[in-house]
Unconditional design. Structure first.
Length: 264
């Protein structure tokens, strides 16, 4: 794969780092603001990656000092003069991107430096794991311009947090520190400034060395759990466990574990 240039302005860069696919939002002059021209390309890339077993993990980052400053307000102001159906189509494409990240069998890790605001916050919440710099700034800024969230922001926060905490972030629209999000369990790892991508890549490579199918089943189980009854989730766990048990990876893993225990 090679980098894809998009017009106007924003680009989505992609490269392979061994078994890891690295996606980079590139619009640094505008804090990597999102644009509809990115969405369908991102969906295509995610779906292509989902069908490629050589790709074992995915990292999403922003170019330069910021992860993503959210939507371009000038574009949204212009959009208000366009038909509603056009904006509905843009949001459907964005939401297809979020769903493609969830549906991909590979773990998707966000590497967050600087601002993750509005849609940028929603986008990193759509990843499976989040590595954040200690000076990153997370803000659900929609309410500041009388908007409600898109990109799954309300869904992700409602799943991850008590209603009071989710509503605080969404209704207040203020900056939330990565330390607090880490304490709440939303951010997985805090790192010094400038080390989010390096740490995310190292984690991605470690996960990439794991059993592809078992990891895919674990990811599917976790994402599907909220929409199921406890019995349905137990049945899904049963089926996934049995599929994993009879796999070659599991046979190799059990043998290696027992061999190491005998040596120890």
């Amino acid at each position: 794969m090679a980098a894809q240039d998009l017009d106007p302005g924003p680009r989505l860069l992609f490269r392979r780092d061994g078994p890891v696919l690295v996606l980079t939002l590139s619009n640094p002059a505008a804090r990597n603001a999102m644009h509809p021209s990115l969405y369908r390309t991102a969906v295509e890339l995610m779906r292509e990656a989902a069908g490629d077993r050589r790709i074992r993990a995915i990292v999403l980052a922003g170019e330069g000092d910021h992860f993503c400053g959210g939507g371009d307000l000038k574009r949204l102001a212009d959009q208000r003069r366009q038909p509603r159906e056009q904006q509905l189509g843009h949001l459907d494409a964005l939401h297809d991107w979020v769903m493609a990240m969830q549906d991909a069998p590979q773990p998707v890790i966000a590497a967050v430096e600087g601002a993750a605001a509005g849609g940028g916050f929603s986008l990193c919440l759509g990843c499976d794991l989040i590595v954040a710099a200690e000076d990153a700034k997370f803000v659900m800024s929609y309410v500041k311009v009388a908007l409600s969230p898109d990109g799954g922001g309300s869904d992700s926060l409602a799943r991850a947090l008590p209603p009071q905490a989710a509503l605080e972030l969404l209704l207040d629209g203020g900056v939330c520190s990565p330390e607090r999000l880490h304490a709440l369990g939303v951010v997985n790892r805090l790192v010094p400034h400038g080390q989010a991508l390096e740490t995310a890549l190292a984690w991605a490579h470690r996960l990439a060395a794991g059993p592809f199918d078992a990891q895919a089943r674990i990811k599917q189980l976790v994402h599907a759990a909220r929409g199921r009854s406890r019995r349905a989730q137990l049945d899904a766990e049963r089926d996934a466990f049995v599929e994993s048990l009879y796999s070659e990876d599991c046979g190799d893993g059990i043998a290696a574990f027992l061999s190491a225990r005998r040596r120890g």
